[in-house]
Design a protein around this ligand. Structure first.
Ligand code: GDP
Length: 290
């Protein structure tokens, strides 16, 4: 997961080993290495500039605490600023709630819907899933098959073209029977107006407590645009970054989250239904910095 970024960051910080005073040249070199590492992992350019400026300023201005070496001091600043960039992890309450899933086709939305159902089921909650993706042929069958494997009910009708009708019918029924309801919606290859319009309507009639966006980690800089559009349309309050197992990048998706000011709730780390991890910025950055 972001292995290249981790290696470059470690190398950058290693160069400070053995130094007893912080000199401008060393800090500038570190910041340049850091910028290169973050940009090559697709972290948003503006964020990289802002982040490296802050790190440089703090590394030069702040005195290391007593007994702390120069390397540890700078490492601590890099760590703190990276954690700050990632934002707080999104909240996941173990209580009755409706979650609306948003995202483009291929992002991993259907798989992630089933993974989430599994997560809440394991926490002891009664879960039901609604398939409001009436656009992609086979969407209902795919979700139903995944749900069947974990014995979670899946409401939908592959012959019904109107997604709003499905939600209007299924949601009141499921609210009586289940505690956590996850609504999978349609995705498209691009951010088309119809897609946005439909999710706005589903959001209005469902009164979902959460609107979570699914983003493919391999997306890079385009992730920001997707996050922004969905956020403007329905107010995204949590992001799930999928396929973190398959990319050395992922910085685009991570920094997109910083821009929407919502937190990452989960990370998808594989194709099976249990490959879902809660996001922990501290642990994540610690692993990157070694
Ligand atoms: P949707 O079109 O957004 O509903 O996407 P799907 O759920 O059908 O997923 C698209 C592809 O991505 C499928 O082959 C999934 O198995 C795969 N996928 C989803 N999440 C992950 C993940 O976290 N890791 C990996 N390696 N593959 C994933």
């Amino acid at each position: 997961m972001l292995d290249n970024l981790g290696t470059s960051l470690k190398d950058a910080v290693k160069k400070l080993a053995g130094k007893t005073v912080i000199d401008r040249a060393a800090v500038e070199e570190l910041v340049r290495d850091l910028q290169r590492a973050l940009l090559s992992a697709d972290v948003n350019v503006k964020l990289v500039m802002h982040l490296s400026q802050t790190i440089k300023q703090r590394a030069l201005d702040e005195e290391p605490p007593k007994g702390m070496g120069v390397r540890e001091h700078v490492l601590r600043i890099v760590y703190q600023e990276l954690v700050r960039m990632m934002g707080s992890p999104g909240e996941v309450a173990l209580e009755p709630q409706t979650i609306l899933m948003a995202g483009l086709q291929g992002s991993g939305k259907t798989t992630t819907t089933a993974k989430l159902a599994r997560y809440f089921q394991r926490k002891g909650l009664r879960v039901g899933v609604i398939c409001a993706d009436t656009f992609r042929p086979g969407a209902y069958d795919q979700l139903k098959t995944l749900c069947d494997r974990i014995s979670v009910p899946c409401f939908g009708d592959p012959k019904e073209p109107d997604a709003l009708k499905i939600v209007r019918e299924g949601l009141p029924k499921y609210r009586k029977l289940y505690e956590v309801i996850i609504i999978d919606t349609q995705g498209r290859h691009a951010l088309e107006e119809n897609l946005i319009e439909e999710i706005v309507n589903i959001n209005e009639i469902s009164h979902a407590e959460h609107r979570w966006l699914v983003i493919d980690a391999a997306l890079g800089q385009q992730a920001s645009e997707q996050a922004r559009r969905f956020h403007e349309a329905i107010g995204i309050d949590g992001v799930l970054v999928t396929k973190m197992d398959g990319t050395a990048k992922g910085g685009g998706a991570l920094s997109a989250v910083a821009e929407t000011q919502s937190g990452i709730v989960f990370i998808g780390s594989g194709e099976t239904i249990d490959d879902l991890e809660r996001f922990d910025p501290d642990g994540f950055i610690s692993r990157l910095l070694g």
